[in-house]
Ligand binder design. Structure first.
Ligand code: ZN
Length: 246
């Protein structure tokens, strides 16, 4: 065959290969939008635990005190690293098929599984935390939740005070929580990756107080980050849904 036809043939072959790769990529994207990466990736025998999509755009909270850069690092690097680490740690173990919650409970306080606990709990905590935020959030809760907060803490302002205090005084890295503990609403704080799932409690709301959560937007000013969260970001509808499901 004349040599002059070769480049054309190669180009056509490359186009076919790219189209095939594109097909796989598009199928993967569609699956991830449907939060069905779990089934797809398990089918490909790669990852067991998926990172859920962020429930808003990276820049959605910029008018409310959190830059897109925060999400590029916090969601795109920190949260993703916990997911990647966890999948490496559970690959080819009996935990590879377990739910995230079961992995957290089974590894809690097991020194031999400390890495699995830290990474699995941090995957859960961050996936939950993203849903606790929304553009133009904050304000006050309503309905059953508002009544239960008043009854547990005396008033919504007292709740805010207690939650802020827990978030401020968690020494070093950790989390502040509003939980439903067997029907009673409580504010708690946990160190590092520890969370209500490990303690058999129902999480309603959380705030990440690891320095990586606020350094880009607030530098070292954790109290300003906490105030901004309560004033402008809390997704009370998500908290109400959690309470209804408790
Ligand atoms: Zn974090």
């Amino acid at each position: 065959m004349p040599q002059s036809t070769l480049p054309t043939q190669n180009k056509q072959l490359k186009q076919v290969r790219l189209a095939k790769l594109g097909g796989i990529f598009l199928e993967y994207k569609a699956a991830s939008v449907l939060a069905d990466v779990y089934a797809v990736t398990r089918g490909l025998n790669t990852m067991a635990i998926a990172q859920p999509p962020l429930p808003y755009d990276f820049n959605a909270l910029e008018p409310y005190g959190m830059k897109a850069e925060t999400f590029e690092y916090h969601y795109g690097k920190h949260h993703k690293a916990y997911v990647d680490n966890l999948n490496k740690l559970i690959a080819d173990t009996e935990m590879a098929d377990h739910s995230l919650e079961d992995i957290i409970k089974a590894s809690f306080k097991d020194q031999a599984k400390a890495g699995i606990f830290n990474n699995s709990a941090q995957v859960w905590n961050h996936s939950f935390f993203w849903n606790c935020l929304k553009p133009a959030g904050g304000g006050t809760p309503s309905g059953d939740l508002a009544a239960k907060i008043d009854s547990a803490f005396g008033s919504f302002d007292k709740f805010k005070e207690e939650f802020s205090n827990a978030a401020t005084t968690q020494f070093g890295s950790g989390w502040a929580w509003l939980i439903d503990d067997a029907g009673a609403l409580k504010v708690t704080k946990t160190p590092n990756a520890e969370n209500p799932v490990a303690h058999g409690q129902k999480a309603l709301l959380t705030l990440d107080v690891w320095e990586h959560a606020y350094y880009i937007d607030f530098r070292n000013a954790r109290p300003a980050f906490i105030k901004n969260f309560l004033d402008q970001l809390v997704n009370w509808e998500f908290v109400e849904q959690n309470l209804a499901a408790a």
